[in-house]
Design a protein around this ligand. Structure first.
Ligand SMILES: [Cu+2]
Length: 151
């Protein structure tokens, strides 16, 4: 009996060990300023990352209603439509259409001096896929965008 119990404990520990080993959170940082610019044109996540933890900082001073920034991730082919629908969604909804399934991940809108973090699984991404991050605040996505690479 004792042997069986010990074996069960060992396999439990092994299973827990595997879970930890398989879970890899990769951290990214980007900042936006009062001149409507992100400080990075590209973000990359390695294929073995299971979660992405992205922190968006607003390095400016203007309030969110005037120069708010968020961080939105979609397929590159969805950027224009998601940004367009985001304008109509309004500030209270972080300029993201409610229930928009084209949005892979997004942060809330921040103003000068603020920061926010969003965590999302990479299971929604395909290695080598064409993804773009952008700010969906009205008028910003034409300039505030960049390539997001996974894999
Ligand atoms: Cu913006």
């Amino acid at each position: 009996m004792k042997v069986i119990r010990t074996l069960a404990l060992i396999s439990l520990l092994a299973a827990a060990g595997n879970t930890f080993a398989a879970d890899k959170v990769c951290k990214l940082e980007i900042s936006g300023n009062d001149a409507m610019q992100f400080d990075k044109k590209e973000l990359a996540v390695a294929a073995d990352c299971t979660q992405v933890e992205l922190t968006l900082k607003h390095s400016g001073k203007l309030p969110a209603q005037a120069m708010g920034h968020n961080w939105v991730l979609t397929k590159t082919s969805d950027v224009a439509a998601v940004a367009s629908d985001g304008i109509g969604a309004g500030f209270a909804n972080d300029h993201i259409k409610k229930g928009d399934t084209r949005v892979i991940a997004h942060s809330k809108i921040v103003g000068g001096g603020q920061s926010t973090t969003v965590t999302f699984p990479t299971s929604a991404l395909t290695a080598g896929g064409a993804y773009t991050f952008f700010c969906s605040f009205p008028g910003h996505s034409a300039i505030m965008k960049g390539a997001f690479k996974f894999g």
